[in-house]
Write a protein that binds this ligand. Structure first.
Ligand code: ATP
Length: 222
């Protein structure tokens, strides 16, 4: 068989911030579809997403993205959608411009940029806010905007860090509908979350506590 894997494959992965070891001998495969990455605060969920994105480099082991390569800058530009907890919307650009810039940097044609901008703003209920600056939007609207922006590339890997934290049920349901029914084809989507509401979606689960109980002392404090 000569097939190219559509999965993210982590083999014997190790990573630490100085003396804080976050991953040791971590093995996992993430297939197309939705995986919820759950675990205690501080157990390493965000770190795992950043390793998969290629924003951090493992200290040992290997990590392959769909297609078999390493997460390099071409992957980040063309095939990765990442929504950080801080969202990172460009403050001086309208919502529409935020999406268009990412689409243009990803090398999409002007026609695709415009069509997808309209499509994902509509899917996330943001058409009416397209010409507003991020700072004029509510927290939920900004969270939905960051997800729309990540989707404009129709990425093969979509990484969302706590996308529904602090959101009311209505905002949460809009994001759940997107994750449940509108992921791009063959997209591997990992969502780091504490939000039990997302468990209603069909998903694979990764219980990260098994791998790194770094903050287990919090249980004793609680
Ligand atoms: N830049 C950094 N420098 C040093 N240590 C860090 C850094 N970022 C994270 N850590 C530590 O690495 C561990 C894992 O952090 P990480 O943010 O990945 O956890 P998390 O599971 O995403 O937490 P949360 O659910 O609270 O967002 C924690 O102990 C954290 O203190």
């Amino acid at each position: 068989m000569n097939g190219v894997s559509a999965e993210i494959i982590c083999r014997d992965l190790g990573f630490g911030y100085g003396k804080t070891r976050v991953l040791e001998h971590f093995d996992a495969r993430f297939a197309p579809g939705l995986t919820l990455v759950k675990g205690f605060s501080g157990c390493g969920k965000s770190t795992l997403l950043k390793l998969i994105a290629g924003y951090l480099a493992p200290t040992s082991g290997t990590l392959a993205i769909p297609g078999g390569g390493r997460p390099d800058s071409a992957f980040q530009r063309h095939s990765l959608g990442f929504v950080f907890q801080q969202l990172n919307l460009l403050p001086l650009a309208s919502l529409r411009r935020n999406l268009e810039l990412v689409g243009t940097l990803a090398g999409l044609s002007r026609t695709d940029v415009h069509a997808r901008t309209d499509k994902y703003l509509a899917l996330l209920g943001l058409d009416a806010f397209a010409d507003r600056l991020p700072s004029t939007l509510s927290g939920g609207q900004q969270q939905r905007a960051a997800i729309a922006r990540a989707l404009i590339k129709e990425p093969t890997v979509l990484l969302l860090d706590e996308p529904t934290s602090g959101l009311d049920d209505l905002n949460c349901r809009v994001i759940m509908k997107l994750l449940g029914s509108h992921l791009p084809p063959a997209c591997v989507c990992l969502v780091a979350t504490h939000d039990q509401r997302l468990s209603d979606l069909p998903h694979e689960g990764l219980d990260f506590n098994r791998f790194l109980p770094v903050e287990r002392h919090l249980v004793a404090l609680a």
